[in-house]
Design a protein around this ligand. Structure first.
Ligand SMILES: Cc1cc2nc3c(=O)[nH]c(=O)nc-3n(C[C@H](O)[C@H](O)[C@H](O)COP(=O)(O)OP(=O)(O)OC[C@H]3O[C@@H](n4cnc5c(N)ncnc54)[C@H](O)[C@@H]3O)c2cc1C
Length: 335
């Protein structure tokens, strides 16, 4: 029964019953099990959806009860507070995908991304996938199948939904370079297809981060790929893997902590203020890459947040630069 939940004040028993009728729902699920940091207190209700239909139904039901809602992808770009998240957390396991020949009708609002303008249409494919699909797994699968365009994503450990929100990118690419359209569930429960231009992508930003679409949920995306040679593509991925391994720590972390300020690198600034290896509790600024914070044991969100504040304060004092977090702080309990 719902009484096992940590808090029940924002949760309605009837909502829990309705959610359980749609998809598996757990009470007081520790979110540390679902983030790459291994940090995060409990979710009041944790609902695992396996298709975009289930995703839509859970979102709509939660809205009907006016309960708080958070959509979690792979939890690789979030720091969840030690007291967790109130309301409903959706564990997005909607992972279907398919590749089809590209067909853009003459009056289609969808435009080809610039990098594909000169590629003959019959060499292009559309990759449609649900928003809970793993970007890294798809990048590797596409390379194996001889489809080029997203090899750079093979080391990004998130879902396509999370990738769209932050315009995820690495090395030579970002999702904006290959995105044709995004299907969204809007705040008023309509389904809307947004073109690449409408998503307003820039460095680690989109309409989501601009606050223009905060209540929308990504249901699925369509990417454009081109035919390529599988061996060449796989060799490229091996190179990217090597570069990542050489530059970044393994273990529990959340990737880059701060966005790079224009014309500089966050890691350089953090290093320059003497924070390499600096530790609070079990949270540590990585020796290998100073824009990564590692959970080296039982770090709390409060420890990571304190390290982030230290880095921001010192960089501001010494360089006059405001470091903007790339990792998103969600929920309660950062003090
Ligand atoms: C080791 C490591 C390396 C990394 N390297 C890179 C890198 O090279 N480049 C890069 O860009 N990032 C990198 N990241 C960060 C992270 O992997 C990306 O930002 C990723 O795209 C986040 O996806 P996610 O599914 O984990 O999102 P989450 O962390 O689960 O969520 C992030 C945000 O997206 C929202 N969201 C997720 N799914 C949806 C949806 N369906 N609809 C609406 N909102 C949604 C969440 O509500 C939350 O606000 C790295 C992280 C790690 C741990």
């Amino acid at each position: 029964m719902w009484q096992e939940a940590a808090t029940t004040d924002v949760m309605d028993e009837r909502l829990i019953t309705e959610l359980r009728n749609i998809a598996p729902t757990k009470a007081a699920e520790p979110l540390s099990r679902h983030t790459t940091f291994g940090i995060g207190g409990p979710a009041d209700a944790f609902v695992t959806v396996r298709s975009s239909q289930e995703l839509s139904r859970v979102v709509m039901m939660t809205r009907e009860f006016a309960a708080p809602l958070f959509v979690l992808g792979s939890g690789s770009n979030v720091l969840i507070g030690d007291r967790g998240i109130r309301g409903v957390v959706i564990d997005n396991q909607a992972k279907s995908w398919r590749v089809t020949p590209l067909h853009l009708g003459e009056d289609s609002p969808v435009a080809m991304p610039a990098a594909f303008k000169d590629v003959p249409p019959d060499e292009c494919m559309t990759l449609w996938c649900e928003s809970g699909a793993s970007f890294a797994a798809l990048a590797r699968q596409m390379a194996r199948d001889g489809f080029a365009g997203i090899e750079w994503a093979a080391g990004i450990p998130g879902t396509l939904g999370g990738a769209v929100v932050y315009n995820a990118g690495a090395y030579e690419g970002c999702i904006a370079d290959v995105l044709l359209a995004t299907s969204l569930l809007t705040g008023s429960n309509g389904v809307k297809s947004m073109t690449n231009a409408e998503m307003q992508f820039s460095y680690r930003n989109s309409i989501f981060t601009h606050g223009a679409c905060e209540t929308c949920v990504v249901l699925s995306v369509e990417l454009v790929l081109r035919r390529g040679d599988a061996n060449t593509l796989l060799a490229k991925i091996i190179e990217f893997d090597r570069a990542r391994l050489a530059a970044q720590p393994r273990g529990r972390n959340s990737g880059s902590t701060f966005k790079n300020p224009t014309g500089d690198n966050a890691w350089r600034l953090i290093d320059a203020v003497g924070l390499r290896g600096h530790r609070i509790g079990d949270a540590k600024i990585s020796e290998k890459h100073t824009n990564f914070i590692e959970n080296i044991g039982a770090a709390r969100a409060a420890d990571v947040a304190a390290l982030m504040r230290d880095a921001q304060r010192r960089v501001k004092e010494q360089f006059g630069i405001d470091l903007e977090p790339e990792v998103e702080l969600v929920g309660e309990g950062f003090e």
